[in-house]
Design a binder for this molecule. Structure first.
Ligand code: PLP
Length: 369
């Protein structure tokens, strides 16, 4: 008899949340010329972070990292005006999401999210054998009223909300988010995923209220800080929500290079501001390219712009395929109604030039077919 595999794992579909551009390049035998599909750091990262990475590389990669991420939590708690006990560091939000599902729900529990929202969360929900209940978007926004209604009817273990949202890039102002928090059952944990918090307009992020025992906020160095490859994110919440992570997390899971770079990045507000400006300029440019080609850009608070292609899912997929064939890596929402769109990450001017030419060429071919 071969070793036993847990029956739940045996029956899981072999899905991965995202097919990587590297995989697509291997399959096609061709390199992408612009990487605009994964909302990455196309403008690089802070030079202070690069210094910290090289220093860590030459001085101490031979050592284990600080398993308590003490200094990073110290810098973050000063910045956020919290205590260190209110912060957990993890290998990106993606890694933290898995731990949250494991800690705050049990096998068979119901978990609520929006239909078409961040797939890595759903991946963990399936992986831990919880039941996902989805609520449709409304006018390309996550529907706070419907999510609240579902939460109050089903009393789920967890509700997941991303603000600003991925894949649509839309957002709710903080007053609406606070109202939403207040409307949830006490026993339901709200995961408020703020991966794009830094690129959102002022007044999007609610104040941090550490007396709430059912709200866990998530942030990352992957998007506005341009450090996606390092895998470092954090959660902010009441100490009773943070403490259980120490019982299950991989204590050396946020490596020494990532910790050093994150600390340095937090000390470079000037670079962050510059990057947020670059992202905003790219959003404007992407929107202009869309409009000029008679497609409808959706107003975005994130580091990408989602474009309504104006027809059905098949048409959006044809545009995406056309772009892919011309070496432009982009992605699109997959859930009904949202799937009429494609999603373009903020990129450097020359990458957006390449996107524009490929889009024009693709639409020309489609208009003749
Ligand atoms: C990109 C993204 C993440 C992933 O963050 P990591 O810290 O790189 O794991 C999480 N949530 C949302 C909504 C995202 O778009």
């Amino acid at each position: 008899m071969p070793p036993k595999i847990d029956p739940h794992i045996v029956h899981l579909p072999a899905t991965i949340p995202f097919v990587a551009p590297e995989r697509m390049e291997r399959d096609s035998g061709r390199q992408f010329i612009a990487r605009l599909g994964a909302n990455e750091g196309n403008f690089g990262c802070s030079p202070l972070a690069i210094d910290a990475i090289s220093r860590a590389a030459s001085n101490n990669v031979g050592n284990y990292c600080d398993p308590e991420c003490f200094e990073l939590r110290e810098v973050l708690s000063e910045k956020l005006n919290t205590q260190m006990e209110n912060i957990v560091i993890g290998p990106g939000i993606d890694g933290i999401l898995g731990m949250i599902v494991r800690i705050f729900s049990s096998s068979g529990d119901t978990i609520v999210t929006s239909l078409g929202a961040y797939p890595t969360f759903n991946y963990h929900v399936a992986g831990y054998d919880r039941i996902l209940h989805t609520v449709p978007y409304r006018e390309d926004h996550e529907d706070l009223a419907a999510l609240s209604e579902a939460a109050n009817a089903l009393k789920p273990a967890i509700v997941y909300l991303s603000n600003p949202d991925n894949p649509m890039g839309t957002y709710w102002p903080n007053i609406d988010i606070v109202k939403f928090m207040n409307s949830l059952p006490e026993s339901t944990l709200l995961i408020l995923d703020e991966a794009y918090g830094e690129t959102a307009p002022e007044g999007t992020l609610p104040p941090i209220e550490l007396n709430r025992e059912n709200v866990l906020r998530l942030r990352t160095f992957s998007k506005a800080y341009g450090l996606a490859g390092l895998r470092c994110g954090y959660g902010i919440g009441h100490k009773n929500l943070i403490a259980p992570f120490d019982k299950i997390r991989d204590h050396f899971g946020v490596n020494i290079v990532a910790q050093s770079a994150a600390i340095a990045a937090l000390r470079d507000d000037q670079w962050l501001k510059q990057n947020v400006d670059n992202i905003e300029a790219a959003r404007i440019r992407i929107s202009e390219i869309a409009s000029r080609n008679n497609l409808q850009p959706i107003v975005s608070a994130s580091n990408f712009v989602t474009i309504d292609c104006g027809q059905d899912e098949r048409y959006a997929m044809e545009i995406l395929n056309g772009l892919t064939e011309q070496g432009i890596f982009v992605r699109k929402p997959m859930a009904p109604v949202l799937d009429r769109c494609i999603r373009i990450s903020a990129g450097r001017p020359e990458e957006l030039d390449a996107f524009e030419s490929a889009l024009v060429a693709t639409l020309k071919v489609l208009s003749h077919s």
